[in-house]
Design a protein around this ligand. Structure first.
Ligand code: 5AD
Ligand code: SF4
Length: 440
């Protein structure tokens, strides 16, 4: 039997890679393990358990994790009782292979099995190992034990949907995260209320394909509207969406729901219909642009962001030009672009690849254009008065960093006691990746 004081003393270090869904998962794993007496620390030194919450979306993810595990060796040598676990999408993809290659790993847990972590600990306690990469029927988040009601930062993630049925030809998500599953709305509203009690005022609804959300007859738009009724909730965002799932009600919500922020991350991946077809995106450049046009009609100030892949197999210069053209037409407020990286087991992996140097050169050209648009958008904020949600202390004393409705970081003179408040600020200048303003 463990005495309570021993229970309190165990330290858990979680290193998170990849997307916001992993950030959310890591927080929930921390909550779940707090029930087993672990508290989260921010360095691996002296930890009793280290969890790597991994991402598999682009190349060499697994190799990076093996080298990271190699770097954990001194910690294990210093403390032979240290437990090391690998979670997330690399765990799902590699499974037992991880323990075969790195015998000091005790635990391999896929993204659908986190609610079983406390029981797994019982197995590894006495030197055993566990590999759990099953896809269970039940909602893993509902099953996760809750931690104490600790205060939270003003902005929080809430995973509402997981998995993807789209099978884009380059993407591992449908294999590592499985089929689309939406969490029941009642649970989500309950979790949202819990977050509000802990000081959260902005909720970012997460899903690999969040706008495909559907549970108990509720669409994402309905969920947003019901959530907006919660007292104390000031801002709602959602990410990541697929163009084909932008339903009429969701588009309308941008015009109707004040708490829904005017920002949409809507990846297109390429501006060439030939490449979009080869990617199995199931939309064209034109149908994508039509969706944006409809959103802009109801919310003219919407800021758009997107993802792009350059050098997908079969992409020629003319296709890449079509991507640049689409970018020029949309003028994204922010966008993320990547060189195509072949993922084993996905349909595009065995196709003839574009030369690496060509990929690199295209990426540079695309990023130059995107950065130009991003700066112009930031510059257009100068002189405007906008509501800023104050979130955390800034670099300098007496400064806070907040967020504009359009997801810009905004630096203001304010004290930490103002965290969670929305203030009106006049934007004075635009910096490299942020804005600076004064509170009115
Ligand atoms: N190669 C490069 N980029 C990829 N992405 C997903 N899979 C790959 C891949 N194999 C990018 C897409 C996606 C984002 C999360 O990561 O642009 O929208
Ligand atoms: Fe991957 Fe997104 Fe395509 Fe789903 S929609 S397969 S998550 S890129």
């Amino acid at each position: 039997m463990t005495r309570p004081e021993e229970k309190q003393s165990k330290k858990l270090f979680i290193k998170t890679y990849g997307c916001q869904m992993n950030v959310y998962d890591s927080e929930r794993m921390g909550d779940a393990l707090s029930v087993s007496g672990y508290s989260v620390v921010d360095s691996p030194e002296g930890a009793d358990m280290i969890l790597l919450n991994t991402c598999h979306i682009r190349e060499k993810a697994a190799e990076k994790i093996y080298s990271e595990l190699g770097r954990m060796r001194p910690h294990k040598e210093a403390n032979p009782d240290l437990k090391i676990g690998v979670a997330g999408c690399v765990a799902q993809a590699e499974g037992e292979e991880i323990i075969r290659r790195q015998p000091m790993v005790d635990l391999v847990v896929g993204p659908q099995a986190y609610h079983r972590l406390p029981t797994m600990l019982d197995h590894v306690k006495d030197g055993g190992t566990v590999v759990d990469t099953d896809f269970p029927e039940e909602d893993k988040f509902t099953q996760l034990p809750r931690g104490p009601k600790a205060k939270r930062a003003p902005s929080a993630f809430l995973t509402v949907q997981e998995g993807c049925d789209k099978f884009c030809a380059f993407c591992v998500v449908p294999y590592t995260r499985g089929a689309e599953v939406s969490r029941p709305p009642a649970r989500l509203l309950e979790e949202a209320r819990d977050l509000l009690e802990r000081g959260v005022v902005e909720i970012n609804l997460l899903g690999q394909n969040v706008n495909a959300y559907e549970a108990d007859g509720w669409s994402l738009a309905r969920l947003i509207k019901e959530m907006a009724k919660l007292d104390g909730l000031k801002r709602i965002r959602f990410t990541t969406s697929h163009p084909n799932d932008m339903g009429d009600d969701l588009i309308a919500a941008f015009g109707e729901e004040e708490k829904l922020m005017p920002y949409l991350h809507l990846p297109v991946q390429s501006g060439s219909d030939k490449v979009l077809k080869a990617m199995n995106r199931k939309h064209t450049a034109e149908s994508y642009l039509k969706v944006l046009e409809r959103i802009r009609a109801v919310r003219p100030d919407i800021a758009l962001s997107g993802d792009f892949i350059v050098g997908f197999p079969g992409e020629e210069e003319v296709d890449f030009q079509a991507t640049l053209d689409l970018c020029k037409e949309v003028r994204y407020g922010a966008a993320y672009s990547f060189k195509y990286s072949p993922r084993p087991g996905t349909p595009a992996a065995d196709r003839a690849h574009v030369d690496e140097a060509v990929k690199g050169e295209r990426l540079k050209r695309l990023q130059t254009l995107i950065t130009e648009h991003q700066f112009a958008f930031q510059q257009s904020m100068v002189g405007q008065t906008i509501p800023v949600l104050l979130e955390r202390a800034g670099r300098d004393a007496g400064q806070m960093v907040g967020k504009s409705p359009y997801l810009h970081a905004v630096h203001l003179d304010a004290g930490p006691e103002m965290a969670g408040q929305i203030v009106n600020a006049k934007i004075l200048h635009s910096e490299r990746n942020s804005l600076a303003g004064e509170m009115l």
